[in-house]
Design a binder for this molecule. Structure first.
Ligand code: SF4
Length: 301
C-alpha cells in the first residue's frame, strides 16, 4: 500500500468534506473536545450537535461545570441518554479543578485518572484537542482498518493486529485530521451493514476488492438484560428520570412516578420491582433521592 498516497487522499477528502460540528475547530478548545467526547459515548453525533451549544450556555467553562448539582446536570443532559454520564462528567470537571488547577491534562496517564475517561477518550482528547501524535481507535476506525486490511473481525487475533496497524498507519504530523477523517468515513460509508464502498474515498481496500472473503460483522457478546413488562430496565430508568426532570423541584410520590411511566395504575408487583430494581440503581448512580418515610422520589440535588 502506498501510504503517502493514502494520507494525501484521505486528508484532502477531509479538507473538502469533513462534517461540521460545534466542537471541531482549527484551534480546538480542549474543554469543548472533552465535552463532546463525553457526549458522544453511545449517542449519535447529529443529536449531540444540536444539544452542544445549549449545554455550553449553561456551563461555559470547566469551572461552571464543576459546580453543577446532580439535578442541574440531569436537566442539562436531556435528550442525550445514559444520565450517569452527566454525573461522571461533572465529577471529572471537579477533579480537573481540584487536581489540575482547572487545566485539562495533556498527558495520557493524567487523563486516564479522571472519571469516565478510558483509553479511547484519552487518545481522542490528546489527538483532537492537543494535536499530539497518537493513534485513536473507536468502533468506526476499528471496522475500517479490519476491512481495508482484510482482517476477520470475529477473529480474536484481529484486535492486536488492528492496534499494530493503528500505530504505524496514521500520518505522524496530523493524527487529528486523520482520525477525524476516518470517523467521518465510518459514519458516512463504512457502516456495519452494507458499506457504501463505491462512494468511499479510501483508495485501496481488501473488502471492496472482495467482500465475500471476510465476515465483517462485529461480534457482539449477548448480555442478558434485566427487563420488566417486556422492556429492559434501562428504558424504565430513562423514563423515570425523564418524568422527574420535567418537574424536578417538587419531588413526587413513588406511586405517581410509577403510574406515569407505566401509563396505568401500578399493582403490587410493579411497586416491588420499582423499589427493588429501579430506585436502588438510580440512587447508586447518584441520579435520584428516595425518602422511604414519605415515599418521595426526586432528582438528586
Ligand atoms: S471501501 Fe468499503 S469496506 Fe473499505 S473502508 Fe471504504 S466503505 Fe469500508
Amino acid at each position: 500500500m502506498d501510504y503517502t498516497f493514502l494520507h494525501s487522499t484521505i486528508l484532502q477528502w477531509f479538507d473538502n468534506n469533513q462534517k461540521v460540528y460545534p466542537w471541531r475547530s482549527e484551534v480546538p478548545e480542549p474543554y469543548h473536545v472533552l465535552l463532546s467526547e463525553y457526549m458522544l459515548q453511545q449517542t449519535q453525533a447529529s443529536r449531540i450537535a444540536l444539544k452542544f451549544p445549549e449545554f455550553l450556555i449553561s456551563f461555559p467553562t470547566i469551572e461552571t461545570l464543576s459546580k453543577a448539582t446532580n439535578a442541574q446536570m440531569i436537566i442539562a443532559w436531556q435528550g442525550m441518554g445514559y444520565n450517569n454520564r452527566a454525573i461522571r462528567l461533572r465529577d471529572c470537571a471537579k477533579q480537573i479543578m481540584d487536581t489540575f488547577n482547572g487545566n485539562i491534562p495533556s498527558n495520557y496517564s493524567d487523563l486516564l485518572s479522571l472519571p469516565g475517561i478510558g483509553t479511547y477518550t484519552a487518545s481522542a482528547i490528546l489527538s483532537f484537542a492537543f494535536k499530539q501524535n497518537i493513534s485513536v481507535i473507536d468502533i468506526n476506525i476499528y471496522r475500517i482498518y479490519s476491512r481495508v486490511f482484510g482482517l476477520d473481525i470475529q477473529d480474536a487475533k484481529t484486535k492486536n493486529e488492528v492496534r499494530t496497524i493503528a500505530e504505524y498507519i496514521y500520518p505522524k504530523d496530523n493524527s487529528s485530521s486523520w482520525h477525524q477523517a476516518l470517523m467521518d468515513i465510518g459514519s458516512s460509508f463504512c457502516k456495519a451493514q452494507n458499506p457504501k464502498c463505491t462512494l468511499c474515498p479510501i483508495p485501496d481496500c481488501s473488502y471492496r476488492n472482495n467482500p465475500s472473503l471476510y465476515n465483517m460483522k462485529p461480534t457482539k457478546s449477548k448480555k442478558t438484560e434485566a427487563s420488566f413488562r417486556n422492556k429492559p430496565n434501562r428504558i424504565w430508568r430513562g423514563k423515570t428520570i425523564e418524568f422527574l426532570r420535567n418537574d424536578h423541584q417538587l419531588g413526587h410520590n413513588l406511586h405517581d412516578v410509577l403510574h406515569s411511566i407505566l401509563q396505568q395504575n401500578p399493582n403490587e408487583i410493579d411497586i416491588e420491582w420499582f423499589k427493588e430494581s429501579i430506585i436502588p440503581s438510580l440512587i447508586k448512580d447518584q441520579l435520584i433521592e428516595y425518602n422511604a418515610e414519605n415515599n418521595h422520589v426526586s432528582l438528586k440535588g
